[in-house]
Ligand binder design. Sequence first.
Ligand SMILES: NC(=O)c1ccc[n+]([C@@H]2O[C@H](COP(=O)([O-])OP(=O)(O)OC[C@H]3O[C@@H](n4cnc5c(N)ncnc54)[C@H](O)[C@@H]3O)[C@@H](O)[C@H]2O)c1
Length: 343
Amino acid sequence: MSEPLVRVAIIGLGRMGSTIDDELPAGSPAYSVAAACAAGPRLSVTAGADIDPAKRQAFATRWGVSALYDDYRSMIRQERPDLVAICTKGPLHAEMAVAVAEENVPMIFCEKAIACSMREADAVLEAVGSRRIPFNTGVLRRFNRAYHQARDLIAAGEIGEVKTAVHYAASNLLHGHIHSLDTLSFLLGDPQVESVWGELLPRDLTIENNRLDKDPNAIYQVRFANGVEAATVPGGAWEFEALGTGGSVRVFNNGGEVALRKAPAERRGSWENVPLPPVPATSATQFCLEDLVDAYETGRPSLGNIEVTHHLTEACIAVAESHRQGRRITLPLENRDLYIYHV
Ligand SMILES: NC(=O)c1ccc[n+]([C@@H]2O[C@H](COP(=O)([O-])OP(=O)(O)OC[C@H]3O[C@@H](n4cnc5c(N)ncnc54)[C@H](O)[C@@H]3O)[C@@H](O)[C@H]2O)c1
């Protein structure tokens, strides 16, 4: 007997909800939520909501969905979907995540970052966590097989005891570094973040009235409770490396290739490349949504559950707080109202 279809409703029928695949080379794995649902047998998009009538019309034509709404709450009450995907811009994420949870939707995908302040993130944690709703966000490297290969090598002790991890690429804070912090944490097995040092760029940027109306570029250094230190290097393509006592794992070219280097027993000081099996390119969005279904069915936490996501949002906002105070910040962050606008 085939498994029942999971009925998905999407809020925000723009790029991530519907059309971003048009921006990728032909044959790329499904990226938008609608394309990821269409890529497998388990998930079916049955409804969509957008305040823009043109977006609703384009969505109906593209995906053959007729249950379309301008008000997402009406959509949820009428359609009672199994899974809601929130694909609007940043300032709406927290308010929508809380409202969707309060409608007791069984599974939630929410685009990143979940909030503009810790006050907002706390409300999402309360609404989603208290109902134990499987929850994932759009930090898609967490759902990418290449990063899983790297994480598994690290967890298996292939590079010895991990001391340091590095992210490469210049990036803004809540749009970009929410990804880099999430991936560093994921690669290391999601240890607790103990403290954060950060600077916003340009360095003379001042934060007036506890608020930034533009998502700033940033650099950071993070200390995890297990003693591992991680930092971002603001240059190059998106890459990650974990360095241990016996070698390193590096994820090149935004997940395109994983490299393992290890120290042979007789030459501890120099590392050699170790061949790895290639990782087929699969849809991270599909993996992310199917992870929610598996978490719902088995009762295990989803990979990007609200507790992990809330904690990493706190680490990200602490980068700006560190800049504001000019010192290292130990979590939890006292300033819950520092607000950083991001899209
Ligand atoms: N995870 C990723 O790799 C990835 C990639 C692209 C975008 N994103 C994220 O996805 C989010 C959306 O970005 P986008 O580029 O798809 O934006 P977009 O502007 O293309 O789409 C957003 C849609 O939300 C609609 N909307 C606005 N207010 C609404 C409301 N109250 N109710 C219903 N719909 C409403 C807009 O009309 C628009 O169609 C952002 O947070 C962005 O950071 C993530």
